[in-house]
Ligand binder design. Structure first.
Ligand SMILES: Cc1cc2nc3c(=O)[nH]c(=O)nc-3n(C[C@H](O)[C@H](O)[C@H](O)COP(=O)(O)O)c2cc1C
Length: 180
């Protein structure tokens, strides 16, 4: 496996200054609207929650949701081993929560991660009690992309935990960026 490239990633348009183009391309790509979710994963007794925006439905039949996860993330190892993940859809009012899951969680028992109440879904992966809704998936396909692994999961359970009309959190509701 080759180490990840340092500095701007090509290809570059002819004549472009790599650093300048890199900064511009990043700002353009940050404009792509996305949601903002907390991914639950589980392998054996190990559970984790991770903030992620690279999450999208990719097929109607079968019902597939794709999640792109950094190679070195704890979540990556847990999804590979456990073969499942949960997309926790977050209430817009709970936007502060996403800052709590940008590092591997502290385990404070089965019912709480980083002080947030969780319960196991059908797949065994952790669902945040305060999530607006959750989508549980079993991994059907895994694609190694480079910096990230794309997990394609079939939806095996989904439900609301709050009223359906509750406003959902999106990336644009925060001052955060990722990727680009
Ligand atoms: C706004 C935001 C969005 C993020 N989106 C993703 C993502 O889609 N995929 C990913 O692998 N990491 C994403 N991250 C980074 C992870 O949350 C972070 O690297 C985390 O430490 C890795 O999780 P883990 O090691 O606890 O599994 C995002 C971070 C932020 C702040």
């Amino acid at each position: 496996m080759s180490p990840l490239q340092e500095g701007p990633v090509g290809p570059f348009p002819e004549g472009a200054d790599p650093d300048e183009y890199d900064r511009l391309r990043r700002r353009v790509m940050w404009k792509m609207p996305t949601g903002l979710f907390v991914i639950g994963s589980r392998a054996g007794d190990r559970r984790n929650l991770m903030t992620a925006n690279l999450v999208v439905q990719v097929s109607h039949d079968p019902k597939l949701v794709a999640v792109s996860v950094e190679k070195d993330a704890v979540t990556n190892a847990l999804i590979k081993e456990g073969g499942v993940f949960v997309v926790n859809v977050i209430d817009r009012e709970d936007r502060a929560i996403v800052r709590k899951f940008t590092k591997p969680v502290e385990h404070d028992g089965e019912q709480s991660l980083n002080g947030f109440a969780v319960h196991d879904g059908r797949t065994g992966a952790p669902i945040l009690d305060q999530a607006l809704a959750y989508i549980e998936c079993e991994v059907r396909n895994t694609v190694e992309l480079g910096s990230h692994t794309l997990f394609l999961g079939e939806v095996v359970d989904a439900a609301f935990q709050k009223p359906e009309e509750t406003e959902v959190l999106r990336m644009e509701d925060t001052r955060m960026n990722y990727g680009g």
